[in-house]
Write a protein that binds this ligand. Structure first.
Ligand SMILES: [Zn+2]
Length: 612
C-alpha cells in the first residue's frame, strides 16, 4: 500500500490521486458527462449547468447538478459528487473499472484488448486499429507524393496561397496523384480487401449483379488534407481538386462515413487548437479548413473549423469541454450565412457565449489575413459583435424599410432566435435592443417579442447557502483555470499563501488551502473533505463567470479588515485584563499595539475598495 504523503507543512494529510487508466481518461475525453447521466435520469438546463432529481437520495426538488463545463456532478441534498464513472458506478453498483467498461460500451467506444466482452467487439477494435494504420500510411504516402515530381502543381498551388513548407508539414498536407491504383497497391499488403473497402480511401462501382466492383483510389489529382481526431490521429481526408471544370469533378471530395470517421463528431483542428483555446478563453470558429489552417499558421492557434456544415450537438459537446465562449467568423456569402445561422442557433441553445465577426470587404478569413495581415485580422476578431447585434443587423438587411409589413418580417425573423436564448434576462435585453434599433414601437409586436422572451422558463433558483459571498468569490478565483482569469487567480493565491492569517477563520479555509497548492490538478480532486468539497461544488456551480481581479481584491481587503477587527477585540480584552492586574508595562505595549491596529484599520477603510 502506498503511504499518504504530507502536504506542505500542514497537518492535513492528502493521499496521492488515484491513477486513472489511460483508457478511462480517453473515454472521459470523448464523452460528455451530461449525456452519460441523461442515460439514467432526466436533466434540464439551468443556466450553465443541468439539474435533475437526485438518484441517490429521495427528493421532490432537483438538487442534483451536473456541470458540463467542469464534467462533474454534485447533489446539494446528499453531497454525492464525482465524475461520469463515479455516477455510473453508483447507479449500477459496480467498481470503477466496471463503470468505465459500461460507459465505454454504451457509447460504442471499443475496449482495450483484454477487456473485450465478446469476439465481435474484439474484431471491431482490431478493425479500427487497422483503419488507423491505413490512414497513417495513406497520409505518409500523400506527403511523399507531394514532395515528389508529381506534386509540383500542388506545391505551386499551396505556395500561391501563402503556405510555407513548415505549415505544409504541420498539417501533413499531401498530394494524391492522378491514376486509379497507386495508393491501393501501396496499402494492399496491410489489410484484407474488406478492411480496405471500409477505410473509405477507395471507391468502387456497383456491378450489373449488384455486387461492388474492384476498388480504386478515391482521391486523384488532388491536394489532400488529413482530418484528425481529438488525439491527433488521421481518421479521414479532405481533398481539393487542382483543376476546375467538368472533368476535375467537385472542388472538394471528403472521406465517406466510416467506422473511424463520423463527420458530425469531428471538429477540424481541435487536436492542435485545444490548448490555445483554453489559453485564449475562447474558440474561433471558421467554416473552411483552408481558413482554419491559414489562421493557425499565422499564429492564431485557437481556431477550429466546421468543414462547411452546420454545427452538431456532438461537436458542441466536444467544444464545451474546452470553452463556452465562441467567436464565429463564417464566410459572408449567402450559403455561409445560412449555415452560420444554424450553427449559431445550436450554439446558443447549448449555452455558449457567442460573438460574430464580419470582415470588411466580404473577404473570407484566409484572404483577409493574407491581404491585410495578422494585426488587422486580430482587430476584426476583437471587434466581434454580440450575437444579438449581429442578428438585428441581419434582420435590417434582409427586410429593409420601415413599413409595418417589413417590421413584422423582422420581428418574425428574430422571434425564434430570442426564444432560443437560455437566459430570460438576456432575452429581454435582446428585445429591448431590437425594438430600439429596428424602431419597433408597435405595442403588438413588442408584446409578441416580450412573450417570446418570457415564455422560456427561467431556471435560476435561489437556495440557502452556507457560503458567504467572500468565500464564493475566493473559491471561484482559485479553482478557475484559464489565462484570461489569471489576474484573479494570482491575486487570490498570493494572498492565501502569504497572508494565511486573514483566511484561517473562514469555514472554507481547508478547501482554499488545498486549491492554492493544486498545481494543474482538477479542483474537485484536490479537496479531500466531503464537506469542503460540497462547498466548493456550490461555489463552482453557482455562476458561469469567474470573478474579476478587482472583486477578488475587494474580498481580500474585507477579510484583512475582519482580521484587524478581530485582533482589536483581542487587544481590548487584554488591555482590560492588564488594567485589572495593574500591569502597566504590559498595558503600554498593548496600547501601542491597539494604536497600530486602529491606524491600519483607518488606512484600510480609506484606501479600499475605492482605490482599485
Ligand atoms: Zn442527492
Amino acid at each position: 500500500m502506498r503511504q499518504p504523503y504530507s502536504y506542505g507543512n500542514s497537518r492535513k494529510r492528502v493521499s496521492p490521486p488515484v491513477p486513472v487508466s489511460d483508457f478511462a481518461q480517453s473515454v472521459k475525453q470523448q464523452l460528455d458527462i451530461v449525456k452519460v447521466i441523461e442515460g439514467y435520469i432526466r436533466l434540464r438546463k439551468a443556466g450553465a449547468n443541468y439539474v435533475g432529481l437526485c438518484p441517490f437520495h429521495k427528493e421532490k426538488t432537483g438538487s442534483f447538478n451536473v456541470s458540463g463545463v467542469k464534467q462533474f456532478f454534485y447533489c446539494f441534498g446528499c453531497q454525492a459528487t464525482g465524475d461520469m464513472f463515479t455516477f455510473v458506478g453508483r447507479m449500477e453498483n459496480v467498481s470503477f473499472p466496471e463503470a468505465v467498461r459500461i460507459v465505454a460500451q454504451k457509447a460504442g467506444i471499443p475496449l482495450p484488448k483484454r477487456e473485450f466482452s465478446s469476439p465481435e467487439e474484439a474484431a471491431e477494435a482490431r478493425q479500427r486499429g487497422k483503419l488507423l494504420d491505413l490512414h497513417e500510411a495513406a497520409a505518409a504516402w500523400f506527403e511523399e507524393q507531394f514532395r515528389g515530381p508529381e506534386g509540383a502543381l500542388a506545391r505551386e498551388y499551396l505556395a500561391g496561397r501563402g503556405m510555407t513548407p513548415e505549415g505544409i508539414r504541420a498539417f501533413r498536407i499531401g498530394y494524391a496523384p492522378d491514376g486509379f491504383g497507386a495508393l491501393r497497391d501501396r496499402l494492399s499488403g496491410m489489410a484484407d480487401e474488406a478492411t480496405l473497402r471500409a477505410s473509405g480511401l477507395f471507391s468502387s462501382k456497383e456491378q450489373g449483379d449488384g455486387t461492388q466492383g474492384p476498388i480504386y483510389d478515391r482521391f486523384r489529382k488532388r491536394v489532400t488534407f488529413p482530418i484528425c481526431n481529438e488525439s491527433g490521429r488521421v481518421i479521414a481526408f479532405t481533398a481539393r481538386a487542382l483543376e476546375s471544370g467538368e472533368k476535375a469533378g467537385p472542388k472538394y471530395i471528403n472521406s465517406p462515413e466510416t467506422p473511424l470517421y463520423h463527420k458530425g463528431e469531428v471538429l477540424f483542428n481541435l487536436d492542435k487548437a485545444k490548448s490555445a483555446i483554453r489559453m485564449a478563453g475562447y474558440a474561433l470558429l471558421v467554416e473552411g479548413q483552408m481558413d482554419c489552417i491559414s489562421l493557425f499558421l499565422r499564429g492564431i492557434q485557437h481556431v477550429i473549423a466546421t468543414s462547411g456544415t452546420a454545427f452538431t450537438e456532438q461537436q458542441a459537446a466536444m467544444l464545451k469541454r474546452h470553452t463556452q465562449n465562441v467567436v464565429v467568423n463564417f464566410d459572408p456569402d449567402a450559403a455561409g450565412a445560412n449555415a452560420a445561422e444554424k450553427s449559431i442557433a445550436l450554439l446558443t441553445e447549448e449555452g455558449f457565449n457567442l460573438k460574430l465577426v464580419t470582415l470588411d470587404g466580404g473577404l473570407d478569413p484566409d484572404r483577409f489575413i493574407r491581404e491585410r495581415g495578422v494585426e488587422a485580422y486580430t482587430q476584426a476578431v476583437l471587434g466581434a459583435r454580440r450575437q444579438s447585434d449581429y442578428l438585428i443587423e441581419r434582420a435590417r438587411q434582409m427586410f429593409p424599410g420601415v413599413a409595418a409589413e417589413q417590421k413584422l418580417k423582422k420581428v418574425n425573423y428574430l422571434l425564434p432566435h430570442i426564444r432560443r436564448i437560455p437566459h430570460e434576462l438576456m432575452r429581454l435585453e435582446f428585445v429591448r435592443d431590437a425594438s430600439q434599433k429596428l424602431e419597433i414601437d408597435s405595442a403588438i409586436m413588442l408584446k409578441e417579442m416580450r412573450q417570446a422572451a418570457l415564455k422560456r422558463r427561467e431556471h435560476i433558483e435561489v437556495r440557502t447557502t452556507a457560503l458567504t459571498e467572500v468565500e464564493r468569490v475566493l473559491l471561484r478565483a482559485v479553482a478557475i483555470t484559464g489565462p484570461e482569469h489569471e489576474d484573479a487567480r494570482r491575486t487570490a493565491m498570493d494572498a492565501i499563501t502569504r497572508q494565511s492569517q486573514w483566511f484561517e477563520a473562514l469555514a472554507t479555509w481547508p478547501a482554499l488551502q488545498a486549491l492554492a497548492g493544486r498545481g494543474s490538478r482538477d479542483p474537485m480532486d484536490v479537496v479531500e473533505d466531503a464537506g469542503q468539497r460540497a462547498l466548493l461544488a456550490e461555489a463552482l456551480l453557482g455562476e458561469t463567470e469567474p470573478p474579476a481581479a478587482e472583486t477578488v481584491f475587494g474580498s481580500i481587503v474585507s477579510l484583512q479588515q475582519r482580521k484587524i477587527e478581530a485582533d482589536l477585540r483581542d487587544v481590548r480584552a487584554q488591555i482590560a485584563e492588564a488594567e485589572r492586574r495593574g500591569d502597566f508595562a504590559e498595558l503600554a505595549l498593548l496600547t501601542q499595539r491597539k494604536l497600530e491596529l486602529d491606524r491600519a484599520l483607518r488606512q484600510l477603510r480609506a484606501s479600499a475598495p475605492a482605490s482599485r
